[in-house]
Design a protein around this ligand. Structure first.
Ligand SMILES: [Zn+2]
Length: 402
C-alpha cells in the first residue's frame, strides 16, 4: 500500500528516529538475555552483552583448553634468542646428569653460549660428597670450569640441640670444597619440615639464626624459596587465576587443615629476614609478590639485606610492563636474573620481556598465564645489573665473565 506523500514524510523519519532506541534496548537475541541487578555477576554460561544484560552464546562454548584464538594484531616483533649481556642464571637447575660428565657439561655450555648465558649457578641444594663430586666434575671440564658454580644445601630436618653446630661445620666444609652460596633452600622449610621434637620448623625459628650468621661471616648469599603462588591456598573455583594449573596438578594445593597459610609463611619469612640484617638473602620468585609489587617494594625498602630473583614469575612482570619496569629500575641493585626449571628454549622469553618494547606476545607455559606479555624495554644499566652485576657483587665466588 502506498502511503500518501505527506503521511510518509511524517512517518518514516519517526521510524528512523525510534530505531537507535530500539537497538540500544534490544540487541539481537536480547529476548534470550537475562537481566541482572546492577553490580551482580552474570549467571554461569552467560556473558554481559549490555549493562546488566547477560546472554548465553548460541553455539556450545569451548573449554579454556580449546579456545585458542588467532591474534589479528599486527605489531612489531623482536625475538631475542641471545641475552644482550652475558647473564648469570642464579636460579639454575641443570638436572638429568647435566653436571656429571665432560660430554654433558660441554652440551650445557654450548646451550649457554647460544643463549648468551655467561654463568650457570646450580641451585640444586646439594652438600657433602655429592657437592664435592659435582665440583670435581665441573673443574675437570675445560669449557665449564669458568662457567658453572654450585650452591650448597642445608639439611633442616631434625633441628634440635646440637643441630646448628653440625650444620655450620658442614657449611664450612662445603665452602672449602668450592660452594659459592646457599640454596636453593626449598619451600619445605616452613611448609612441612619437622623439628627433632616433631613440631613444624618455623622459618623464623631462632635455632636457625647461628646458621644465617655463619652465612654472613662466610660471605655466602642465601637463596631461599618460601611458599608458592597465593592462589594455591585458595579454593579451585572459576575465580582462581591458577585454576588450570591446579586442575592439572592438584597436589600443588595447600589445604588449610594440612599446611600453614600463605600469610603465616610470609610473616615467618619476613621476621627471619628482619632478624638477620647482616646476611644477604635472595628471595626466589620475587618472593611470590610479583603480582603485588607494592608489597615487595615495601619489604625491600624496609630490609636492605633482601635481594630477589625473577625465576618463573615472568608472566606477572610481562602483564604489567609499566609497573614492572618502574620496580626493576627502582630496585635495580637488588634484583637478579634466574630462570628455575632448565629449558633452553624458554630463556628467550625472558630476554624479550626485559629487552624489547614488543606488545602482546605469548608466554611459554599457557597453564601459568592465559594472558599475553609486553616488553619492559629496560635501560641498559638496569639490564646489566639484573643480568650479572648484582649476582657478581653479592657472590664473591662467581667467575667474572664481564
Ligand atoms: Zn628452584
Amino acid at each position: 500500500m502506498r502511503l500518501p506523500t505527506a503521511l510518509a514524510r511524517r512517518a518514516i523519519p519517526a521510524l528512523f528516529a525510534a530505531l537507535p532506541v530500539v537497538v540500544a534496548a534490544q540487541p539481537p537475541g536480547a529476548s534470550r538475555a537475562t537481566r541482572v541487578e546492577p553490580g551482580a555477576a552474570c549467571p554461569a554460561g552467560t556473558t554481559e552483552i549490555r549493562p546488566n544484560l547477560c546472554q548465553a552464546p548460541e553455539l556450545p562454548a569451548p573449554s579454556i583448553l580449546d579456545y585458542r584464538p588467532r591474534s589479528t594484531l599486527v605489531t612489531a616483533e623482536h625475538k631475542v634468542p641471545r641475552a644482550k649481556y652475558a647473564a648469570v642464571d642464579f636460579h639454575g637447575h641443570p638436572t638429568g646428569g647435566a653436571l656429571d660428565t665432560p660430554e654433558a657439561l660441554a652440551r650445557l655450555v654450548a646451550q649457554m653460549d647460544s643463549l648468551n648465558l655467561g654463568v650457570m649457578v646450580a641451585a640444586n641444594n646439594v652438600s657433602g660428597d655429592a657437592l664435592k663430586r659435582t665440583i670435581a666434575s665441573i673443574q675437570a671440564s675445560p669449557v665449564a670450569r669458568n662457567r658453572v658454580r654450585v650452591l650448597t644445601g642445608i639439611d633442616f630436618r631434625n633441628v634440635g640441640p646440637g643441630w646448628a653446630e653440625k650444620a655450620i661445620a658442614q657449611l664450612e666444609a662445603d665452602v672449602a670444597a668450592g660452594a659459592v652460596g646457599v640454596g636453593e633452600i626449598g619451600k619445605g622449610l616452613g611448609l612441612s619440615i619437622k623439628k627433632a621434637d616433631g613440631s613444624r620448623l618455623r622459618i623464623d625459628d631462632p635455632a636457625l639464626d647461628p646458621v644465617w650468621a655463619a652465612c654472613a661471616r662466610l660471605k655466602l648469599p642465601v637463596f631461599i624459596h618460601t611458599a608458592d603462588p597465593q592462589e594455591f591456598w585458595q579454593p579451585i573455583d572459576y575465580q582462581n587465576e591458577r585454576w588450570l594449573e591446579l586442575a592439572l596438578f592438584p597436589g600443588r594445593r595447600y589445604p588449610a587443615d594440612q599446611f600453614p597459610s600463605f600469610e603465616e609463611l610470609m610473616t615467618e619469612r619476613d621476621a627471619m629476614l628482619r632478624r638477620n640484617p647482616k646476611t644477604t638473602f635472595v628471595i626466589a620468585h620475587m618472593g611470590w609478590h610479583a603480582n603485588d609489587l607494592p608489597r615487595l617494594a615495601k619489604l625491600m625498602t624496609a630490609l636492605p639485606n633482601v635481594h630477589t630473583e625473577v625465576g618463573a614469575v615472568l608472566y606477572d612482570l610481562g602483564r604489567q610492563p609499566r609497573a614492572a619496569r618502574d620496580f626493576l629500575v627502582r630496585f635495580q641493585d637488588r634484583v637478579l636474573f634466574g630462570k628455575d626449571s632448565y629449558q633452553p628454549e624458554e630463556y628467550p622469553y625472558y630476554w624479550r620481556v626485559f629487552e624489547t618494547r614488543d606488545d602482546y606476545f605469548d608466554y611459554y607455559r599457557p597453564y601459568h598465564a592465559f594472558w599475553k606479555l609486553y616488553g619492559l624495554d629496560l635501560p641498559d644499566a638496569t639490564l646489566r645489573k639484573l643480568y650479572y652485576e648484582n649476582a657478581q657483587r653479592i657472590t664473591p665466588g662467581l667467575p667474572r665473565t664481564k
